[in-house]
Design a protein around this ligand. Structure first.
Ligand SMILES: Cc1ncc(CN)c(N)n1
Length: 235
């Protein structure tokens, strides 16, 4: 019997139980219900600013692994998108929290921001293109799914203060040149070049990023910092 499941479908299937936990997380439920503590919102934005800086650098790392201009152009375009457009959901959180965005752009990395960033850097340093893309895909995948699911549930009503955040991620693919289909297509184009042993490692990279997505929400919900170390700000 021929296997008709693509590699990206395999990753999504494997990651879905973690995604379902993300959807249930109190931070994500707080977005759905328009009710989150100011401390959780500001902690999240401070850490996410740092995370997205790392994400831009990992895109640059992915460019080094590209074999053609089409792939390079995709990653270059995505860097522009993170720099210029992904500031909008941060502004939504800052507006609700009543703080200036600029005041949250100098936070030191909390433990799971560090772990997630280093996980992606490691994939970019030691992996092939398929591994870097696998490390990065849970970022758009989980957020787009959250946005779509909350719209399906009618949570983006005018009365929800987080409507701009929900609408942004639900419309993510329309606005940004289809980041997720492009990443899935790249994974599927690269996968046939590898034996199962490598693909199983790639799947683990993807799943670790999914788990770190959950941890990232949880870290902000609990404002979890380092226990003994006082970290300095790093871009
Ligand atoms: C941690 C995290 N993951 C995903 C996204 C959506 N790009 C984000 N802004 N931050």
């Amino acid at each position: 019997m021929t296997d008709t499941v693509s590699f990206s479908q395999r990753l999504v299937k494997a990651g879905t139980p973690i995604f379902n936990e993300i959807l249930k997380h109190p931070f994500v439920q707080g977005i759905a219900n328009g009710d989150l503590p100011k401390e959780a919102l500001t902690f999240y934005v401070g850490q996410d600013f740092n995370y997205l800086n790392a994400f831009i650098k990992v895109y640059a790392g992915a460019i080094q692994k590209c074999e053609n201009r089409k792939q390079m152009s995709f990653f270059a375009q995505q860097i522009g998108f993170v720099l210029n457009s992904e500031i909008h959901p941060h502004h939504n959180f800052c507006d609700v929290a009543g703080v200036e965005y600029e005041s949250l752009q100098h936070e030191a990395q909390a433990p799971f921001t560090y772990l997630y960033n280093e996980h992606m850097y490691n994939a970019a340093r030691t992996g092939d293109l398929i591994d870097v893309v696998a490390a990065m895909t849970p970022c758009p995948w989980t957020y787009i799914e959250i946005g779509n699911e909350l719209v399906r549930q009618g949570k983006n009503s005018e009365s929800n203060v987080f409507k701009p955040w929900i609408d942004f991620y639900a419309n993510f693919d329309d606005e940004d040149g289809s980041v997720l289909p492009s990443m899935f297509a790249m994974l599927d184009a690269e996968a046939p070049k590898y034996q199962e042993e490598h693909l199983a490692r790639t799947e683990e990279i993807f799943l670790k990023s999914c788990e770190l997505e959950w941890e990232f929400w949880d870290q902000a919900w609990n404002q979890r910092g380092w226990r003994f170390v006082e970290p300095k700000n790093t871009l």
